[in-house]
Write a protein that binds this ligand. Structure first.
Ligand code: SAM
Length: 325
């Protein structure tokens, strides 16, 4: 049944390569911001919160000496987090040429802030490719399998068709060692659908984000299509492009087909409430200034906190027994 539904979805959308190019161009064209520009961002506390969440995830699930594959690595914003985790090797892949160029510069220390030049303690390879189209096990044949695969704020770009979602999961599982860990963050489709139900029309949002569906939405939901449910996402100073809903139960069922078992799933709010209680993570939150110092204008705004509710954290484990190292 799923295969025939996917066919309907593909023929309805026609060739989606143009939309995929739109996503790549959107991210490619986003220029690097200076420290001052970053601090002036209307979503500065949300960005810091996202960084805290990714840092905690990495701390919880990566071990010293791990080899890491970062799918949709963007401008390499997580390189420092992986350095702190004392990993042994890193491969980052992204569809956006401009982002890969920025990530290479960041890794090589060629940034605007030469005084903050960072020397990373692990070798890295940065590759420009469509992770949801290209079989990475063939493209990266010479690379040994990985202990961790990380997919931060990017997996939802694979749910335009069943073929792409399957290629994404094939890539994750074929690149992971048995017992390897698959971690990520992505929009929480349950929250989005609930908000849409309460909305007046086909859109909702606040001063920092907006989600807009087109009128094909109800038709597709009615047909129970799990793939190709597209919306336009705008996040102030960050994202402005098409995205696709990832119904979580379908994601878990499909991942299972690829030998990936769900370990945990939490909405960002739940994750923050749980891990902020732990001393070291609470301290990291204070250091990053994600929640600010509580004074007005220097704390996460209600609108940013609501935008955080749009996302979830997931962890899967590839079946099999890990080799002792
Ligand atoms: N992971 C980074 C982070 O957490 O900062 C970047 C997240 S950004 C919101 C989403 C990234 O996914 C962009 O860099 C974009 O180019 C990348 N992306 C989208 N579709 C992709 C695809 N088909 N293959 C590889 N990367 C893709």
């Amino acid at each position: 049944a799923d295969a025939s539904r996917a066919r309907i979805s593909t023929s309805e959308e026609g060739d989606d390569s143009q939309i995929i190019r739109q996503v790549a161009e959107h991210y490619s064209s986003r220029s690097n911001q200076t420290r001052e520009e970053r601090e002036a961002s209307p979503i500065i506390h949300l960005k810091k919160l996202n960084n805290w969440i990714k840092s905690v995830l990495i701390h919880l699930y990566a071990r010293r000496g791990d080899a890491v594959l970062d799918l949709g690595c963007g401008k390499g914003g997580d390189l420092i987090k992986w350095d702190k985790a004392n990993i042994s090797y890193y491969v980052g892949v992204d569809i956006a040429e401009g982002s890969i160029e920025d990530a290479r510069n960041r890794y090589n220390g060629d940034t605007d802030h030469a005084q903050n030049r960072k020397v990373f303690s692990f070798p890295a390879r940065l590759v420009c490719a469509d992770c949801y189209e290209v079989p990475l096990d063939e493209a990266l044949k010479d690379v040994p399998q990985f202990d961790v695969c990380s997919c931060q704020f990017t997996l939802h770009y694979s749910w335009s068709t069943e073929e792409r979602a399957r290629q994404a999961l094939h890539n994750v599982t074929s690149m992971l060692l048995p017992g390897g860990t698959f971690i990520g963050t992505m929009p929480d489709a349950n929250v989005i659908v609930r908000k849409l139900r309460d909305a007046d029309g086909l859109e909702f949002g606040n001063s920092v984000y907006r989600v807009e569906f087109d009128d094909k939405y109800s038709e597709k939901r009615f047909m129970g299509l799990p793939f190709g449910i597209q919306y336009h996402f705008h996040l102030e100073d960050a994202v402005d492009c098409p995205e696709w809903l990832v119904p979580f139960s379908k994601f878990v069922a499909l991942a299972e087909e690829y030998g990936l078992e769900l370990v945990m799933k939490q909405n960002f709010h739940e994750f923050v409430h749980q891990y902020i209680q732990k001393l070291e993570f609470g301290e990291l939150m204070r250091k990053l200034g994600a929640l600010g110092d509580g004074t007005e204008g220097n704390t996460i705004s209600d609108d940013e906190w609501e935008a955080a509710y749009i996302y979830l954290v997931f962890v899967f484990r590839k079946k099999g027994t890990p080799k002792l190292r």
